[in-house]
Design a protein around this ligand. Structure first.
Ligand SMILES: Nc1ncnc2c1ncn2[C@@H]1O[C@H](COP(=O)(O)OP(=O)(O)OP(=O)(O)O)[C@@H](O)[C@H]1O
Length: 720
């Protein structure tokens, strides 16, 4: 679109004005921090000079006074450092503003007013110092939603004071790089789509990037939702679920300005550490300090205070490479994390004082102080109080009785011995208890009540007992133990969390959602998943009903996203054949090459084919090339075969996620990631033939942005 000279001049001038405001504020902030630096040095000096004797006295009888004195000098230092850091953050934001202050403008006429007001929108807001007028609006400000949700014409946005209505007569987008206005265009639907298509046809970056400039209306609705306590998104591969999750976290932080939400009130539950690193740039790019992100297994480690726990990735690898164990592993985890088993666990916990605690009469100097019947009675009531707490209180009660009996005085060492004896029944070893649950099928059946046990319960019990013999906890048992531990001991670890964001929701089982429910007691949730991207289980849309049932939130919503931004038409269509219920999935109408299947007669020619393809991808300018295999075992073998011929990296659990170059990765670890080109390298009939394998193929193929090819030696998979 050609613009007349006046329009171009107007925009140039506007940019210069904004720059000059930002530069002035940057100078002021720098000057302020020069002063702050001096003040910190002086305060530190004072601290050193006036408190050396206080530090020496900290361990003496004057400790309290010494501490008070230390505080008096230390506090100003901490305050000044906090002030300095705040200004440093502002400096960083202003530097980014100067590079690229805004990317959009809407001209909005508020109802009842005559003229249109230009609203410039950027990643951060810029407020004029003297008038407090907004020069640039933060993308998360209420008025900015008009840009994402409306074309020209009538429009509205929801502000804290209520709905504001008006009219838009201009929507403009800018490309400003390094303080230079490269171009701008006025946006109608067609042009915006074309702009996005161009953007999507670029090569992927080494880490996930922000999408503020092109957030789509459906995405914006989820990002800004404050109505629901539980917001769920079912989205096809590449529909922007992770992008939404991260922008929503940034939005919640912004909202936090008014509702006191800070980075440590939000938690993102990620599928694995590789993925955690892959997304780690987005929030800082959006100007937010990094929100806590955790992997489920790490939460379990904290809860159980145990390190040797199988990760989900190790569980999946074992599942894939051990065909003889596969069915057992699947039915064991499926049953132990099911609603039926949750009922059993709850019955079991209620039964602990009745059946599993061996209360004994408490004697002191041959005198019976408390009878075991009374102890049991005190524990079996009050089911609303945590069992561990009831048992602690029981300990206290026993000592009160001992003190009250007064007929005898007992020494400190006697007391310690009595305590030791009491703790034989007041301290619960969750692992030992759990082992008991799997020793007696009749007992298990009595807890199940009307629910039938699975037909292979004997095998599940044997399998579990075998696994529990080692010190290493298997993934399924770790989940159950975490639940038992929280139910018995409770946890305050995540009490401060107010917003939970869960990505790859389809990977978690009902019991895991019960755990989330228990530890994030008063939180709101954003849960994003794709029922077609399961690895070892089958899910459908009822997944979200189950989540809703478990988390029991008053207001919840499920949004379905069916447009993929990642893959070309051809790649998406090819991938869809691996999904059973052919859903109505759309791509962003980006064209590319048809995926090809290469069949090699032997290993040597397979290797040659793969190397040739990698080289042609590199010549094509693809920066990230993913060689995907079914398992880590296959990935390692391929790595060994290729490593002397071409430069590449094998992705393992602890690898970093700087995805520039050629990588070999198992399918389950590639979840959530993307590559310019994907080469699926072991697409033969032995590797891929079952329903689970179909899911793996769907996940692997949808990692590709521009190019997808499949390779195999010998018989090609019947699923292709
Ligand atoms: N509104 C948008 N504008 C530009 N790019 C977008 C937009 N939404 C998503 N994308 C891009 O599409 C790609 C896929 O997004 P994302 O990884 O968030 O999808 P996903 O649904 O989590 O995918 P998957 O389930 O396959 O892991 C990313 O490259 C992302 O930057």
């Amino acid at each position: 679109m050609e613009y007349n000279q006046t329009e171009v001049m107007f925009e140039q001038n506007r940019l210069e004005k904004t720059m000059s405001i930002a530069k002035k504020q940057l100078d002021q902030a720098r000057q302020k921090n020069e002063v702050n630096k001096e003040a910190i040095l002086t305060a530190k000096k004072e601290l050193r000079e006036n408190t050396s004797h206080s530090i020496a006295n900290l361990w003496s009888s004057d400790a309290f006074e010494a501490l008070a004195e230390l505080n008096q000098y230390a506090n100003p230092v901490t305050e000044k450092i906090a002030d300095y850091e705040e200004v440093e953050n502002k400096i960083a934001v202003l530097q980014n503003i100067i590079k690229s202050p805004y990317y959009a403008r809407i001209d909005f006429r508020f109802d009842g007013e005559d003229s249109f007001e230009p609203i410039y929108i950027g990643r951060s807001s810029l407020v004029k110092n003297n008038t407090y007028e907004m020069d640039v609006y933060d993308w998360r400000s209420p008025i900015a939603s008009v840009f994402y949700r409306f074309v020209t014409g009538q429009a509205y946005y929801d502000a804290p004071s209520g709905r504001i209505t008006g009219e838009v007569n201009l929507k403009r987008q800018y490309e400003i790089n390094n303080s230079t206005l490269e171009y701008f265009f006025d946006a109608d639907v067609q042009i915006v789509d074309e702009f996005l298509r161009k953007l999507l046809s670029q090569n992927t970056s080494t880490k996930m990037k922000t999408i503020v400039e092109t957030i789509q209306k459906e995405q914006d609705i989820v990002i800004r939702d404050m109505e629901n306590d539980l917001m769920m998104v079912q989205g096809v591969a590449g529909s922007g679920k992770t992008s939404i999750a991260l922008h929503r976290a940034a939005y919640l932080m912004y909202q936090g300005l008014s509702s006191k939400l800070s980075a440590n009130n939000i938690i993102i539950i990620s599928p694995n550490t590789l993925f955690e690193q892959y997304i780690s740039n987005v929030l800082p790019e959006l100007g937010e300090e990094n929100v806590v992100s955790v992997v489920f297994e790490d939460m379990v480690k904290k809860i159980l205070k145990k390190e040797s726990i199988e990760s989900r990735n190790q569980f999946l690898e074992n599942l894939i490479i051990n065909p003889s164990y596969r069915n057992m592993m699947k039915s064991s985890i499926e049953y132990k994390t099911s609603f039926q088993f949750i009922d059993i666990l709850d019955q079991f916990i209620a039964d602990i004082p009745e059946r599993w605690i061996q209360f004994v009469d408490v004697y002191v100097n041959d005198e019976c102080i408390v009878k075991k019947e009374l102890l049991k009675e005190k524990i079996t009531g009050r089911k609303d109080t945590l069992l561990s707490l009831r048992l602690k209180q029981l300990e206290e009660y026993i000592f009160e009785q001992i003190n009250e009996s007064k007929k005898t005085t007992i020494s400190k060492s006697e007391k310690a011995m009595i305590k030791q004896d009491i703790q034989k029944f007041t301290e619960i070893n969750v692992l030992e208890l759990y082992k008991k649950l799997f020793t007696d099928a009749e007992y298990l059946s009595s807890l199940a009540k009307d629910n039938k046990l699975p037909h292979n319960i004997k095998e599940i019990m044997e399998y579990t007992n075998d696994n529990l013999k080692s010190n290493y906890l298997h993934y399924d048992d770790a989940i159950v133990l975490a639940y038992l531990s929280i139910k018995i001991y409770g946890t305050n670890e995540y009490k401060h969390i107010k917003q939970v964001v869960i990505d790859e929701a389809q990977d978690y089982y009902p019991l895991q959602y019960e755990i989330f429910h228990l530890i994030f007691t008063n939180s709101k949730y954003t849960i994003l998943g794709d029922m077609n991207q399961t690895l070892e289980k089958k899910e459908d849309i009822t997944l979200y009903e189950q989540i809703q049932k478990i988390l029991a939130k008053k207001k919840s919503s499920l949004v379905v996203m069916d447009k993929s931004f990642r893959c070309t038409n051809e790649i998406l269509n090819y991938s869809l054949k691996f999904i059973n219920q052919s859903p109505d999935i759309k791509s962003f109408n980006r064209k590319g090459e048809e995926p090809k299947v290469y069949v090699a007669p032997n290993q040597l020619s397979l290797k040659e084919m793969i190397i040739n393809k990698i080289q042609s991808c590199q010549e094509f300018g693809y920066r990230s090339i993913g060689l995907i295999c079914k398992s880590e075992k296959n990935a390692k073998a391929l790595y060994e075969a290729l490593k002397d011929s071409i430069s590449l990296e094998l992705i393992k659990n602890e690898s970093t996620a700087d995805l520039e170059g050629v990588f070999i990765i198992p399918v389950y670890m590639s979840k959530g990631l993307e590559f310019d080109a994907v080469l699926l390298c072991d697409a033969d009939a032995t590797n891929y033939h079952s329903q689970d394998d179909k899911n793996l193929l769907y996940i692997a193929c949808t990692r590709a942005l521009h190019s997808l090819d499949l390779f195999c030696e010998g018989e090609v998979s019947p699923l292709l």
